[in-house]
Design a protein around this ligand. Structure first.
Ligand code: HXC
Length: 270
């Protein structure tokens, strides 16, 4: 019996659904749904996003997740009204970013489908995903400097690793927004597509991943993310052990046998 908490929970700030991929695992779709405030990320919304991601991650019928907003905004940042009156100790005790660390523990791939504003925490949430499919009208930025603070949910780290020091410094110290084409060229974004198509493209990318052998997909994600933490020597060792581990899967036997027999592999997901 699969765990379908994501379908039964009464969410107030997100919309959750499963998208069929003919003959393959399904895509778990999460849509941020506070359009009146450009999907500002309040605490309740983030609780729901993390719960839905974790629920999809546990569901064997789901192969990949897509996280999106709407055409006008992926998310315009953390909810400023919720933080405006808070002091340092209150923020420390709230420890709301601990929840963000759980996104890093999600094993299945997560694709951000971004249109419109992806600012502050919104840009950081997109960067917490594994890939970003952006619409031509997407605008990325870390404008926290204009509020007297700095990014707090990974911006200084993930943006720098993705686009390099020179451009990360410019974006974070000036707070200015960058367009999708520029962010594609800089390496933050996987692909840029027409604004009417960005969600379809993200779902298509997800569908393609859902047709691949599940364990290898998860191990590949894990190994790629490890490259951010490890030295090249430790990373290569980690990759090699994971490569050997995959020789224990039925899908490895099937994949190589199918190649030799010149036929399409039938994956079992184990
Ligand atoms: C709360 C927000 C919001 C936010 C927009 N709104 N962004 N509310 N928190 N981050 C609300 C506005 O108050 C307004 O509500 C409504 O959404 C529409 O916004 P407008 O400003 O009227 O829209 P527009 O003129 O199109 O300007 C869009 C914008 C601007 C350029 C994106 O809204 C803006 O600069 N937003 C703040 C962006 C930002 O600084 N983000 C970083 C936040 S700090 P009303 O009720 O007036 O209609 C952060 C820290 C990260 O993210 C830490 C980790 C999570």
């Amino acid at each position: 019996m699969s765990d379908k908490n994501h379908l039964t929970k009464p969410y107030n700030n997100i919309l959750v659904s499963e998208v069929e991929n003919k003959g393959a695992l399904m895509t778990g779709l999460i849509q941020l749904n506070r359009p009146d405030v450009l999907n500002a990320l309040n605490i309740d919304l983030m609780i729901e996003v993390v719960e839905a991601l974790e629920s999809f991650d546990k569901d064997p019928e789901i192969g990949c997740m897509v996280l999106t907003g709407n055409k006008k905004a992926f998310a315009a940042g953390a909810d400023i009204k919720e933080m405006a009156e808070a002091g340092a100790i209150e923020m420390l005790l709230r420890d709301q970013f601990a929840r963000w660390d759980r996104i890093r523990k999600i094993k299945k791939p997560v694709i951000a489908a971004v249109s419109g504003f992806a600012l502050g925490g919104g840009c950081e949430l997109a960067m917490s995903c594994d890939m970003i499919v952006a619409s031509e009208s997407a605008r990325f930025g870390q404008p926290e400097i204009n509020l007297g603070v700095t990014p707090g949910a990974g911006g200084t780290q993930r943006l720098t690793k993705a686009i390099g020091k020179a451009r990360a410094m410019e974006m974070i110290l000036t707070g200015k927004m960058m367009g999708a084409a520029e962010m594609f060229e800089a390496g933050l974004v996987t692909k840029v597509v027409d604004t009417d198509l960005y969600l379809d493209e993200a779902l298509e990318l997800s569908r393609e991943i859902c047709t691949k052998p599940t364990v290898a997909v998860q191990i590949a994600k894990e190994s790629i993310l490890k490259s951010f933490d490890l030295t090249i020597e430790s990373g290569l060792e980690f990759e090699r052990k994971n490569f050997y581990l995959l020789f224990a899967t039925e899908d490895k036997s099937e994949g190589m046998k199918a190649f030799v027999e010149k036929r399409k592999a039938q994956w079992k997901g184990k």
